[in-house]
Design a binder for this molecule. Structure first.
Ligand code: HEM
Length: 177
């Protein structure tokens, strides 16, 4: 297996980024939806802390992943033009979500006057000063982006499974090995 992508295959770094971020983001979605429904408690605060730290990890990873993507070939898709357009649109939408989710989460936290710590190693600077109206607005934005991301994940997974089981091509396989 190659480190970098080739014209027809993903390299090991792109594959690791893909699956590590898939697991991290799906975990963040489940944790986010669960924790907001808990009554105020120490447990809720602990989950918020984990969510924020893992969310910032996702942010650092998407920056590294984007740098890797632009400095690599993107394996070509041999598909009808409309399917290629749909696939690329979904891929770019994912990058939009992967940046927008952590940034809006960071804004919620800064606007509520709380720090964003990174696993106790350091604290990220506040993006804006505390403001309850801004906090409420960005809570809504973060929530609806989350719902949009969930819908996009289902679409993406359904398309990958269709290619694997119905079209029997190598689109899913090349993101595995
Ligand atoms: C890819 C990264 C992230 C994903 C997928 C994600 C996902 C979610 C989801 C689905 C919710 C529940 C929304 C609701 O139902 O109201 C949520 C809530 C929340 N997230 Fe994130 N999040 C991410 C990153 C972050 C980051 C980096 C922070 C802060 C530094 C953050 C802070 C929050 C906070 C404070 C809430 C609770 C909002 C409330 O109380 O209404 N998130 N997140």
């Amino acid at each position: 297996m190659l480190i970098k992508n080739s014209e027809s295959h993903f390299g090991v770094v792109a594959i690791l980024f893909h699956w590590a971020m898939a697991i991290l983001i799906i975990g963040l979605l489940i944790l986010g939806l669960y924790m907001v429904r808990l009554p105020i408690s120490l447990e809720k605060l602990k989950f918020y802390g984990w969510h924020k730290e893992c969310g910032m990890l996702a942010f650092l990873l998407v920056i590294a992943r984007s740098i890797w993507r632009v400095s690599n070939l993107i394996p070509s898709l041999t598909l009808p033009w409309w399917e290629k357009l749909a696939a690329r649109t979904v891929h770019y939408a994912f990058y939009g979500f992967m940046f927008a989710m952590p940034i809006t989460g960071w804004i919620i936290t800064s606007s509520s006057g709380l720090p964003v710590s990174f696993f106790g190693l350091f604290v990220f600077p506040d993006l804006i000063s505390p403001n309850p109206d801004t906090m409420q607005l960005f809570q809504q934005i973060h929530k609806w982006l989350g719902y949009g991301l969930i819908a996009t994940i289902f679409l993406h997974a359904a398309a990958a499974l269709k290619h694997h089981f119905i079209d029997k091509d190598d689109i899913l396989r090349r993101m595995l090995y």
